[in-house]
Design a protein. Sequence first.
Length: 167
Amino acid sequence: MPTCNQLSARASRKTKFRKITCSPALCGLPYKKGKVVFIREMSPKKPNSARRKIAKVLILSTRRRVNCYIPGIGHNLRPHSVVLVRGGHVKDLPGIQYHLVRGKYDFDWRESITRRQKKTRWGLPALEPQLREKRLRDQKEIKRKKHNIHLERRKKYRMNQSYRRYL
């Protein structure tokens, strides 16, 4: 028969610990609506160097002010812009635990420059048809040159092999 102390110890062992959330201002929700208070730039931690864009956002339902990262290249945010806040910290910015969602409310999904190489989650403006054709021609030309270089190397290698056979 267990004693009172043993029973109380067993009961305390069974209690589950609550997970501490990394984004407490969201109150367990995936997104919250907020209003931009001001925008500034911040430099990242030691090995990296850049000017990351940060917005101080007032979350409307809880009246809390949080620092949020502005993703992508360029933005159209001003003070009093309405934005959608989601959780997720930025690894090289200490104290930044929230992101802004592009394409919702006043935060436009378009970026200020058109990316040529990498596509983003928020889409890419379509290239003009003439630019697209020129790019395709250039790519074909580069491919043809690489193929010719490959054929020349192969030819030299075979000649070298046939020469070695007679030695």
